[in-house]
Write a protein that binds this ligand. Sequence first.
Ligand SMILES: Cc1ncc(COP(=O)(O)O)c(C=O)c1O
Length: 419
Amino acid sequence: MLVLMGVIDAYNSAGFCLIKSKTGLNQRKFVAMASTIPVEQVNKGSPQLTGDSFIREHLRKLSPYQPILPFEFPEYSDFWVLSSRLGRKPEEIVKLDANENPYGPPPEVLEALGNIRFPHIYPDPESCRLRAALAKDSDLESDYILAGCGADELIDLIMRCVLDPGDKIVDCPPTFTMYEFDAAVNGALVIKVPRRADFSLNVESITEVVKQEKPKCIFLTSPNNPDGSIIDDEVLLKILQLPILVVLDEAYIEFSGIESRMRWVKKHENLIVLRTFSKRAGLAGLRVGYGAFPLSMIEYLWRAKQPYNVSVAAEVSACAALQNPTYLENVKEALVKERGRLYGLLKEIPFLRPFPSYSNFILCEVASGMDAKKLKEDLAQMGVMIRHYNNKELKGFVRVSVGKPEHTDTLMKCLKRLP
Ligand SMILES: Cc1ncc(COP(=O)(O)O)c(C=O)c1O
């Protein structure tokens, strides 16, 4: 029986399940505050209208996305809490929880930012300079490329262009949670086809679900966040043969040693490839992402996007970063080398089981007897931040971003003081 209320199993199979929307009340503080004074007391006799009554029904049921806390504004951040508690400066905290690039951008970026001459003028809505530089960088003509305020914006833009409320997407957890979140914001249904125990895609279940449920698009991530596995050509080609739009998120592709599939959009009308400057160029704070789209599709994304989605600062920074490919290559090499060292060292920790990764992070299973949340909290007490998972797909796991060698050293010292 199919009951479309909250999270339900559409099929009595472990292979996949259908979700109508996220459940749970919106926990934002202002919502709770708005509802503390009964409207009747204030407004006797007149119709009861509170701000949230104007909000679309499916959004009122949506639980908020949990972003990481900001670094630059210490009064709001985990750093402030941690650093003031530990009596250290925020920058002394070892931050290995959000897959940022600890080396930051090439020096040309800060110089270019300091030289911005027209901050009072709106940016180029077509980001022409950046797209020309990306065309060179990716060997794909700029007509196929659209830039955005991070890959995050492009995920939402694609959904806004493709999905009608009630349409379905396929998500393959554990993976980047923004696909599920944006689908819920856009009123779409999420069909989950969980990855296998080794985090590979279950192509048979995906094929079955596409046949039966006719979802509009599937989100694939290579390397996948949080485990770091990649999708090989054979698997990707099989999925591309299905009647579904494939959004391939390559946010971490630079660390994988495999080539980006951006150029594949010339051959596959149902493929979009997303990339970002956040990881490869250390520009997470400036928000620049980009995507490669088939020409038959990109026109509609141009029509639907916000005109000034890439700021002057973001475009200037991304262009400056691309001017120093040697720096980008050296930083990538350093992170890949450090990933190898970190993996070897994590393997020696008796309560951790690290998974091999093609990305700038390593997922670890936390051995029974040791609580993943407690491990994260204990490390935070010592000034090291990592991410922990405790959901249906990943219970008792932690993810550690690859940092500089000194970050690995500090992490290992702290781990050795546990449990
Ligand atoms: C798989 C994946 N895609 C996209 C993003 C977001 O990229 P951006 O910073 O360009 O919005 C992330 C960020 O962590 C990610 O893990």
